[in-house]
Design a protein. Structure first.
Ligand code: AMP
Ligand code: MG
Length: 270
């Protein structure tokens, strides 16, 4: 099978978007050894482009990661960003809003965490929690969350217009693979800390979460802030796919090293 292009994962026809149309165990025509080697290659390219992005200081990238528990948001971040200059990357993990966050509208904390020009920002969970967990658990009424798709599209449009490229990945893990990973967290003493009792309650709500994800992705995959559905049952597929999505976003921006100040060109340092 010829390898699939990363574009195939992009949600381009949001109407009637169904997660069942996406295979969680898809290998995209890749083979593990080749994919691991390619990931290293992609990371070198990411590093080179990040240097230009930081030097140019005109644009930024916001990579949003959303997923059910144990799909590998943390693992993806570790795997694909480890070769980059930490000074230009900011990862924000969003938890249940507390204190001053909870006293503001739901976009306040996300806007604060958006990357400055030249940076790559990564959201581990995001403003999408406010149309996902908040909806599924009935934390606000439908009349409140249903208006948020429009806010989110307009917010992401604002970011885009002001120089932030927004790209969103849903790490698509199967229910059976999630069971295996949650069990592993319970059985492995080095992973127990990742397990919350609430993970079991959330797992029971699997169909409701899927439905909420389908609505959210369908309603907010736009030309200026597209969603990608990334097969996440195999970590090596997931990591390479997200790395390639980030790479194509940076290539699209095409950042350049700015020219040196004309006043200093030809200066001889003595
Ligand atoms: P974790 O990512 O495993 O550290 O868990 C963070 C928890 O915070 C998850 O259960 C999320 O659903 C929850 N969370 C994140 N953002 C929100 C939000 N806006 N409202 C309610 N719960 C949230
Ligand atoms: Mg968790």
């Amino acid at each position: 099978m010829a390898p699939k292009r990363i574009d195939a994962l992009r949600v381009s026809r949001p109407n009637g978007f169904k997660l069942d149309d996406y295979d969680t165990a898809d290998t995209l025509g890749w083979h593990k050894d080749g994919a691991l080697a390619e990931l290293e290659h992609v990371k070198l390219k990411l590093d080179a482009l990040q240097q230009r992005l930081a030097a140019e200081r005109r644009s930024s990238v916001l990579l949003v990661l959303q997923a059910m528990d144990a799909a590998g948001k943390d693992g993806t971040i570790r795997s694909i960003l480890s070769g980059l200059n930490p000074a230009g990357v900011m990862v924000t993990s969003f938890k249940v809003p507390a204190g001053i966050e909870a006293d503001h509208d739901y976009l306040w904390r996300t806007h604060q965490a958006c990357p400055v020009a030249g940076d790559i920002g990564v959201f581990n969970r995001s403003h999408y929690e406010d149309v996902l967990v908040v909806r599924v658990k009935g934390l606000v009424p439908r009349s409140t969350w249903s208006k948020r798709f429009r806010h989110i599209n307009e917010f992401e449009r604002l970011l885009h217009d002001e120089g932030t490229r927004v790209v969103k990945c849903f790490l698509n893990v199967s229910k059976s693979e999630q069971a295996r990973r949650l069990q592993d967290r319970l059985d492995d003493p080095t992973k127990g800390w990742k397990f919350r009792e609430g993970d079991l309650a959330d797992r029971k709500l699997w169909p409701k979460f899927r439905r909420a994800y389908e609505d959210a992705i369908g309603q907010t995959s736009t030309a200026h802030a597209p969603w990608y559905v990334v097969p996440a049952d195999h970590n090596w597929v997931r990591n390479l796919a997200v790395a390639k999505i980030l790479l194509s976003t940076l290539q699209d921006i095409g950042p350049q090293f700015p020219p040196a100040d004309p006043h200093v060109i030809n200066t001889k340092i003595v």
